[in-house]
Ligand binder design. Structure first.
Ligand SMILES: NC(=O)c1ccc[n+]([C@@H]2O[C@H](COP(=O)([O-])OP(=O)(O)OC[C@H]3O[C@@H](n4cnc5c(N)ncnc54)[C@H](OP(=O)(O)O)[C@@H]3O)[C@@H](O)[C@H]2O)c1
Length: 167
């Protein structure tokens, strides 16, 4: 089975972004994101790509956009379906083990019904934002791990990385 995951950091009130940026500074979560996504296919919306500002190294970068045609170092698709179909083929043909959807709000909403893994960074804050992660009913999901991190000088809030899987 090909794993298709969401990797997302969200506040207690489901905020994931503000002003096309992350609403917090969490160095350990960025390190977790890097480790988790390395050597995988990452799929993102155009705004998330612009927020990151460059293709991420050591990952196959897929960007969904109807307004941008080419990005050096990334593959651009005009629909999420097309991006996922190509990613799926690469998993079968080239041995990629996972398709990781990394945001933002549009991409998460569009793929909620097809993902079989959620890697959620639950950031312990209620915060203002302009992009939200959708409400998810976790009843049909199995929690497979949970790791706690404490707030410190490089991590603005306490947070937990919680993994859910579905067969
Ligand atoms: N906390 C987290 O884990 C996390 C992760 C990622 C992003 N974020 C935050 O989320 C925010 C960005 O999210 P967002 O929801 O505004 O935007 P987004 O999902 O990153 O990108 C939206 C854009 O993607 C393209 N797109 C989306 N669905 C499409 C479809 N079906 N067909 C064709 N194109 C499609 C469109 O680009 P065109 O307009 O070019 O057609 C659309 O404007 C930022 O604040 C970012 O920092 C947070």
């Amino acid at each position: 089975m090909i794993v298709i995951s969401h990797v997302v950091a969200l506040s207690n009130n489901n905020v994931i972004g503000i002003n096309n940026n992350l609403p917090w500074s969490l160095k350990k979560d960025l390190a977790h994101f890097k480790v988790y996504t390395t050597n995988k296919i990452i799929v993102m919306g155009r705004k998330t790509f612009e927020s990151i500002g460059r293709p991420l190294p050591n990952r196959l970068n897929f960007v969904v956009s109807k307004t941008i045609k080419d990005i050096e170092g990334a593959h651009v698709f005009t629909s999420t379906e097309e991006a996922l179909s190509n990613a799926n083929n690469l998993c079968v043909e080239n041995g990629y083990k996972e398709i990781v959807i990394i945001g933002g709000g549009y991409l998460f909403r569009e793929t909620l019904d097809i993902v079989n893994k959620l890697v959620l960074t639950r950031v312990d804050c209620d915060i203002d934002g302009d992009v939200y992660y959708p409400e998810i009913n976790l009843e049909s999901w199995e929690k497979t791990s949970s790791t706690e991190h404490k707030q410190d000088s490089e991590n603005e809030y306490d947070f937990k990385v919680i993994v859910f899987e579905k067969n």
